[in-house]
Design a protein. Structure first.
Length: 134
């Protein structure tokens, strides 16, 4: 008799550097943020599906990359046994956005049957530069 262990969904999603996303609005034009790396580790039953929202900044979109920032998408599905790090950034931050820190809510869902869902929040710091002509 061969006993096969039941697959488990026991993974973590972390912002291991503790960094914030940073965007600088120049002269009221829309802006994109810097990117930061998120680390995935542990065991999953299926792929991990990543998505995110930034409800306090209307019109802004969160994007993910699994290839060091070469290609970006609004959602991402990764096999964490093959890919342990993904990048995240925010695009289309409206030029009228106030200076401040905003929450980016990330969801990582194990798509396998019985898979768990994990949440992670990262900060988006919005700065503003304007020039005065004299």
């Amino acid at each position: 008799t061969v006993t096969v262990a039941k697959p488990v969904s026991n993974f973590t999603l972390t912002n291991s550097s503790g960094s914030s996303l940073v965007a600088t609005i120049v002269e009221g034009l829309s802006a994109n943020s810097s990117s930061i790396a998120l680390t995935l580790s542990g065991e999953t039953i299926g792929n991990v599906s990543l998505s995110a929202t930034i409800v306090a900044v209307s019109g802004a979109k969160v994007q993910f990359s699994a290839d060091e920032g070469t290609t970006w998408s609004d959602t991402l599905s990764v096999d964490i046994s093959a890919i342990s790090q993904v990048k995240i950034k925010v695009i289309k931050i409206p030029g009228a956005t106030s200076v401040g820190t905003y929450n980016v809510a990330i969801t990582a869902a194990d798509t396998g049957t019985g898979g768990k869902t994990k949440k992670l929040n990262v900060n988006l710091q919005v700065n503003r530069i304007s020039s005065d002509w004299k």
